[in-house]
Design a protein around this ligand. Structure first.
Ligand code: ADP
Length: 434
């Protein structure tokens, strides 16, 4: 039934490189996650805490009131719709607010409330009367702090480039390591000895760049011993930990295991096709199901995604396209529209296999199966595309388009890896999907 005899799919080297680029750009992915995230990721896992001083009592705050925040901050938190501290905040906030100041390394997946936590700590510590510049640092994402509504009253965060010779008076400074280092040393806009709190956010994204790692360490060496040091990361590989322990002395360490994605509630199918036209026809057959809720369709290359989107549009379907050549802002806008339900179908490349939690998506189509550079099944990407976290335990469907012996082989590998059956589906008879 299948025709392509080759072991590897015949994508060109350019297409391979481009697909790889779409897979690995951590910084953009992280920024995109931030832009599209509008609610907290619920994580019921236990927090692991390792205290710098194991004898000191461990305080976990179940309410914001317990934290004795300034009244305007407490009001701000409630105005933001935060009813109670998130899992990671329960432990991190008391540690960050304690006197004497304590250092902290905290890890939890993105969307669990780390940024809100350190923003609240910064706003609590800052003295609006001071008009020398305090520095905090946040890599890559120069976007508004979540607490801007309250902070705007008595301070402004300084986000952009400086005009030479103008002394900065803001209490919070946000920048990439290189810029902050320049402000401290080259332009002398900030006196590093006056910095009382230093935050390294997205450490996992940052350490991917040698330069950022070195610049962070150079800033750290300029700071007073008493400066409070905080480091946040969404992942906790050894390389992040080694870096973290190099920059943060005597840290408390908080870790929250990520909520694992699962295929438990997903019915998985494959459809045998011969070439891309067949896959398109099969997809159109499925379309009756697609329009019930929302669907995401994954393609291997930008070219294929663009072709498919235009074919679907020609058929009169409402489709949006997300792919690697778009700017981050354009991608965020597409996702936003999709999340709001403006389009029912999103055609995409690997740019968004992880991180887009669109609850309404009940059907995921792998128009091309996920493979690694060697052409083997990419199980991790498969899971990110179709898996659900506990939070969305709702049922869903995944349909895999098989167009060669090689792709049938991949289906077998995936079945074996997850130990879950992938059933053959005849798209001209869709009763099985009911
Ligand atoms: P992270 O830095 O871990 O990615 P954020 O601090 O950006 O997480 O929080 C993710 C989302 O959850 C944001 O939209 C934020 O406004 C919201 N959020 C943060 N803390 C709370 C809370 N305690 N209650 C409700 N929502 C929260």
């Amino acid at each position: 039934e299948t025709t392509t005899p080759s072991r590897l799919p015949n994508w060109s080297q350019d297409e391979e490189n481009e697909a790889a680029g779409d897979r690995v750009n951590k910084a953009e992915q992280s920024l995109l996650n931030k832009l599209i995230r509008c609610s907290l990721v619920k994580n019921g896992n236990q927090v692991e805490v390792q205290q710098a001083d194991p004898k000191s009592p461990l305080f976990s705050a179940k309410t914001f009131e317990e934290l004795r925040l300034k009244p305007e901050l407490l009001k701000g938190v409630f105005t933001m719709g935060f009813n109670r501290p998130s899992r990671i905040q329960e432990n991190a906030l008391p540690m960050m607010l304690a006197e004497p100041r304590q250092n902290l390394i905290a890890q939890s997946q993105s969307g669990t409330g780390k940024t809100a936590a350190f923003s609240l700590a910064m706003l609590s510590h800052v003295n609006p009367e001071n008009n020398w510049t305090h520095v905090s640092k946040r890599s890559y994402t120069p976007f508004t702090l979540p607490l801007k509504t309250v902070s705007g009253v008595f301070m402004s965060a300084c986000l952009c480039s400086v005009e030479r010779g103008i002394k900065r008076q803001e209490q919070i400074v946000i920048g990439t390591p290189g810029t902050v280092l320049d402000w401290c040393t080259k332009y002398k806009l900030i006196d590093p000895k006056k910095i009382t709190m230093f935050v390294l956010d997205e450490a996992d994204v940052m350490i991917a760049r040698q330069g950022h790692r070195e610049q962070s360490i150079r800033i750290q060496r300029l700071l007073n011993k008493s400066c409070q040091m905080l480091l946040f990361s969404a992942t906790f590989e050894d390389s992040v930990m080694t870096f973290a322990e190099r920059v943060i002395s005597q840290p408390n360490i908080i870790r929250l295991k990520r909520v694992e994605e699962t295929l438990e509630t997903i019915k998985q199918f494959y459809v045998l096709c011969r070439r891309k036209e067949d896959k398109f026809i099969a997809l159109c057959d499925l379309y009756g199901c697609l329009t019930i809720a929302q669907a995401m369709i994954f393609c291997h290359t930008r070219k294929m995604a663009a072709w498919l989107a235009s074919r679907l549009i020609e058929e009169g379907h409402q489709v949006s396209l997300l792919s690697g050549e778009m700017t981050v802002e354009q991608r965020a806008a597409v996702i936003e529209r999709f999340r709001n339900g403006n389009e029912k179908v999103l055609v995409t490349t690997n740019v968004c296999s992880r991180g887009i939690d669109v609850e309404q998506v009940s059907l995921v189509v792998n128009f091309d199966l996920p493979v690694d550079m060697q052409g083997n099944a990419d199980n991790e990407t498969y899971l990110h595309r179709i898996g659900r976290t506990g939070r969305f335990g709702r049922r869903g469907f995944a349909v895999n388009m098989v167009d060669s012996d090689h792709s049938m082989d991949i289906i077998r590998q995936i079945e074996k890896h997850f130990d879950k059956k992938i059933t053959k589906l005849d798209t001209s008879n869709l009763e099985e999907m009911e």
